[in-house]
Design a protein around this ligand. Structure first.
Ligand code: CP
Ligand code: NVA
Length: 271
């Protein structure tokens, strides 16, 4: 029924404005919007005037008058923030160079489903310590208080100023993947080169020894789970064997994008 609690987006159009590729985020938002009664309009930045230089502030003021919500995947975090401010409509960050908050919500939901919650749990992140995924995990640790141990090569660690601003005693950073994984309940990784960094082959070389594989996981806690936001590069950040052993968790994590994002949109629709 239009307008009923199960269809809070009935009669609404939500735009997905994407400047980077996506499988999970695009599909889960498009399906979620439809399941909530709304219409999803996918706009690749290459297909709209944004792709030939129209400003975010102008795009925001146009779309804010004709659609009811926006989901943005782009490079600069400030672009999402500027769009949110100038459009005046609910605006969801669907990944920037700095953050991937929707993914972390799905990851936390998966931790709760698999382990009963995160209180008292040790979560390890192995990989690029200043990627969008790591930064969103760092903010989540600050907010929720679980132990987070980030293992990254020295050149890819979160900068000291960021950690100072974060001011989270429950967060530690190390160059040793073994130290981070020791006793960990959740082991999480992500690609070594994020979208937009594909030509930085020299960065990739920093990650020798940072693969999540069976050997590394020997010292993890009994009953540990492995998370990967996907897409995965088997043989790089994660071994084929570990990915397949933990496929049930990893694909549940992917499915949870749909459920977590529907909850976010329902909350925004009722504001
Ligand atoms: N994890 C994730 O955001 O995947 P996509 O890039 O396919 O959307
Ligand atoms: N850190 C990755 C996440 C992909 C979902 C990237 O930005 O490419």
């Amino acid at each position: 029924t239009p307008g009923s609690p199960a269809q809070p987006l009935a009669g609404q159009t939500w735009a997905l404005i994407f400047s980077k590729l996506s499988t999970r985020t695009r599909v889960s938002f498009e399906v979620g919007i439809r399941e909530l009664g709304g219409f999803a309009m996918f706009l690749s930045s290459n297909d709209i005037q944004l792709g030939r230089g129209e400003l975010i502030k102008d795009t925001a003021r146009v779309l804010g008058r004709v659609v009811h919500g926006a989901i943005i995947r782009t490079y600069g975090q400030s672009d999402v923030e500027e769009f949110a401010e100038l459009s005046g409509i609910p605006t969801i960050n669907a990944l920037t160079d700095d953050e991937h908050p929707c993914q972390i919500l799905a990851d936390l939901q998966t931790v709760r489903e698999k382990l009963g919650g995160w209180d008292g749990k040790k979560i390890a992140f192995i990989g690029d310590g200043f990627s969008n995924m790591t930064r969103s995990w760092l903010w989540a640790a600050k907010r929720l208080g679980f132990e987070l141990s980030v293992a990254s090569p020295e050149a890819c660690q979160p900068p000291a100023e960021f950690l100072e601003k974060l001011d989270a005693p429950n967060v530690s950073v190390t160059e040793s993947p073994a130290e981070a994984v020791e006793g960990a309940d959740v082991i999480n990784t992500d690609v070594w080169l994020s979208m937009g960094q594909e030509d930085q082959k020299e960065k990739e070389e920093e990650f020798a020894g940072f693969q999540v594989n069976a050997d590394l996981l020997k010292s993890a806690a009994d009953g540990h789970i492995v998370l990967h936001c996907l897409p995965a590069y088997r043989g790089k950040e994660i071994s084929e064997q570990v990915l397949e052993l933990h496929a049930d968790t990893i694909f549940q994590e992917a499915e949870n994008r749909l459920h977590a994002q529907k909850a976010v949109m329902m909350a925004l629709a009722s504001c």
